[in-house]
Design a protein around this ligand. Structure first.
Ligand code: HEC
Ligand code: HEC
Length: 368
């Protein structure tokens, strides 16, 4: 079985290399994979769905190693001060504890840096979903004036002059010029290996750990309909988190955009700002709740410092607006959670923390 898979991967790589031979490889979407690179098969955690890996970017050990180095490479910024990892900190599940990250020019953005894990399962990227693939997403921070602020061509010149990169690119992608597409593909391969699935909750699902009564109560609230049953809306005095943060898929997000009732009017239009669709104004990508204790502050603009504030927000039912999600209980007096309910929910959310992921040396700065 394993050998068959390996052969299929090798044939895929060979076909791909053949397609991209001579002259064709300067087309943006055609990057050669080195025939001598070692295929890497990602391990899908129990109960997770399969991961879609783009056919034109098969994972290899050499590609992942290059991606890790580039992720931590300050030469991808104008003044050699900022790497991806300087806004995406391992100890914060690769998010930023600052409300807004500072770019090389000391300019702050208007959105909170997102944590980076389990990205191989997402359908789009950024708070407003404006990138449809990881490869596409990664091209953005480098030239972005409020982030790394360097044209890709200049960053590539620096990589070409470096002692490390020419051979690393050759090993991953075969002989040829260093391109931004190859760099993005390598970083995407690295990001896809950043799987976080080692939590108390995962162990519980596997029958290897037990939840405390408080954690179990929190789980029950998480997956129960919210609101007062007397309102006639099917409420069960639950907390109703599962509708948007998923449950069965083990990701703790449905990866879809929603408006969770933060504002009556939208300063940041979210998905609507990209699509222009009035029905998407104020909708943002639903974040995973895995590793949630490490990723404060919360929401696209980092407005909440603590999980208590987040729970108070949901308890209130949120603020009415043109696009508020029907699953928010704003019309019916909110969730009406008790203090004990909130403690239980927090206890349950804490079972989604994966300390081992934060410390995983495969993801740490290779230059240290
Ligand atoms: C100056 C700080 C900063 C730097 C440097 C930076 N990022 Fe980010 N990153 C952010 C912010 C802020 C967001 C959210 C932006 C938005 O939604 O508009 C983000 C979002 C992302 C996302 C989307 C995650 C998701 O769940 O949709 C990925 C992936 C990502 N960054 C990877 C990278 C990579 C790779 C690099 C290096 C090439 C990098 N970032 C450099 C701040 C930064
Ligand atoms: C209607 C869909 C919906 C429901 C119901 C919902 N959420 Fe959310 N949640 C979202 C969206 C969308 C965001 C991001 C919103 C933004 O940043 O503008 C979010 C953000 C969060 C965040 C911040 C995550 C981060 O990384 O910043 C936490 C924590 C959270 N939700 C917890 C919960 C809990 C606990 C419940 C149940 C009490 C719940 N959510 C119910 C859609 C929902």
């Amino acid at each position: 079985m394993k050998t068959t898979k390996l052969i299929i991967v090798l044939i895929g790589i060979a076909l791909f290399a053949w397609q991209c031979r001579d002259g064709l490889d300067d087309q943006n979407d055609c990057t050669t994979v080195s025939l001598s690179a070692t295929p890497y098969e990602i391990v899908i955690p129990p109960f997770f769905p399969p991961m879609d890996i783009p056919a034109d970017n098969p994972m290899t050990l050499e590609g992942i190693d290059l991606g890790r180095h580039l992720f931590w490479e300050v030469k991808l910024s104008e003044d050699n001060t900022l790497s991806c990892g300087n806004c995406h900190f391992p100890e914060h599940a690769f998010s930023d504890p600052n409300q807004f990250s500072l770019g090389t020019q000391g300019i702050a953005g208007t959105r909170q840096a997102m944590p980076l894990f389990n990205l191989g399962w997402a359908q789009d990227y950024f708070w407003d979903g404006r990138a449809l693939t990881l490869e596409e997403q990664i091209l953005e921070p480098v030239p972005n004036p409020i982030e790394m602020n360097i044209p890709w061509e200049d960053a590539i010149l620096k990589l070409e002059d470096d002692a490390l990169y020419p051979s690393k690119f050759d090993k991953a992608f075969g002989l040829g010029a260093i391109t931004k597409e190859k760099a993005a593909k390598a970083i995407a391969q690295f990001l896809r290996t950043m799987v976080s699935a080692n939590t108390k909750y995962d162990e519980f699902r596997l029958g290897l750990a037990e939840l405390t009564p408080l954690e179990e109560m929190g789980l029950d609230l998480f997956i129960r309909e919210g609101g007062n049953p007397e309102d006639g809306n099917g409420g069960q005095f639950g907390a109703d988190c599962f509708h948007c943060h998923g449950f069965g898929n083990m990701q703790f997000t449905d990866y879809l955009p929603h408006n969770n009732g933060l504002d009556a009017e939208f300063e940041d239009l979210g998905y609507g700002g990209v699509s222009g669709n009035p029905l998407e104004m104020g909708l943002f990508k639903t974040p995973s709740l895995r590793n949630i204790s490490f990723t404060a502050p919360y929401m696209h603009d980092g407005r909440f410092q603590t999980l208590e504030e987040v729970l108070d927000h949901y308890d209130s039912g949120g603020v009415a607006s043109t696009t508020i999600d029907p699953f928010m209980k704003y019309t019916t007096g909110g969730l009406q959670l008790t203090d004990i309910d909130k403690l239980a929910l927090t206890a349950f959310l804490n079972t989604l923390n994966d300390e081992e992921f934060l410390l995983n040396e495969d993801f740490s700065d290779p230059f240290e």
